[in-house]
Design a protein around this ligand. Sequence first.
Ligand code: F0G
Length: 435
Amino acid sequence: MNAEEPRAFLCCIEPGCGANYPLSERIYVCSHCGGLLDVEYDFNLSGTSDELKTIFRDRLRANNPLERSGVWRFRELLPFVDDLSRVVTLKEGNTPVYEAPRSADYAGLDALRFKHLGLNPTGSFKDNGMTTGVTQAAVLGATAVACASTGNTSASMSAYAARAGMRAFVFIPAGEVAYGKLSQSLEYGAAVIEIEGNFDDAMRLVRELADETDLYLLNSINPFRLEGQKTIIIEMLEQCEWRVPDWIVLPGGNLGNTAAFGKALREMFDLGFIDRIPRLAVIQAEGAAPFYELFSSTDKSDFRPVEEPSTLATAIRIGNPVSWKKALRSLEWTDGVVERVSEQEIADAKAMIGRDGIGCEPASAATLAGIKRLTASGVIGKSENVIAVLTGNLLKDPDYTVRYHQGELSLEENFANRPRRVAAIKDKIKQLLAL
Ligand code: F0G
């Protein structure tokens, strides 16, 4: 084997199984035991970690889409594509890290940074994983792709499928997807199927359909998606000049990101890119918190889905997350924690992130609400180095934002910023604004 040909394969994560499969196998779970699959590598890096760090950064100066992509410029750490001409990219990634002093103060921290994945081409972190998922679909010769979604996965998949000239089928819970997201799938030309049920129903159905038909499944149960999502962490550490933070905080829904972040950190530690592993803190919404319940219980194998998940943060309204076993493994590897937050806490935290001039969609704001709780309980220290991941753009769910500021969410109006109506008369305006 030479440095140009790293060996990659699929591997069952179940300790008692560990079956291996070639990448060409079109499977989403282990054929022997039904366990989740990892893409594993015999990494055979073409340089030292320091040399690769320089190469990753230098690629940003290039102009071709592969080098410009904030996923593919790290390709040595996800070497599953032999023929890079197959890559389907929208120049995703390269998303900013912002200082957020007001949010830090709100949460009781000296400082806080946000990595804003909402500044991706379709406005969420899904693009980091969809470029790799759709690329693998192309490599396998798939012509039609499918996903269940609370909105962002479907928006992203629809865009990448359109780029690749594939048909896209998205299955969404009827009436529960924010308009910003629904409008994207429609515009990108996907077939949108509104299921009369919740996300978990849609997920179950699309998995069965993918097993029985030619549809290639692009939910995060697909391990190639998670390879792309690893780059969120790689890029974040690059932006920290490779100085490892104490905590990385993220919202948890279907738990794909939690799975990918743990794998990224483990691999980067094993390969010598970092000398210690930061702790992960996963935040769930109170009404959709099965992973919080599992993590708080003594028997970590006794996962109990939430039958009727509920939260206004519709992106994470999920009761039966497919990646819970990988997520648990991530928390073991990183000495992580899980917290849950209320609707009021999410709404207020979201308004606070706006006051920093940043903004995000509701699910993303669970991070700040969770940090506030974890700081108050002493789990996170005031002076610790904390980075939170904002998963989706403010414009994804404008209804929620306007309703919060108009006091229409049946919550306390702690930071509501109501619009004020006035006659079109200058003096009246002066009076209103006390000018
Ligand atoms: N934040 C946003 C904005 C999301 O869209 C999602 C998931 C999450 C957080 C949770 O991430 O599933 O990796 O734990 N959205 C999926 C979708 C389920 O269909 O768009 P996770």
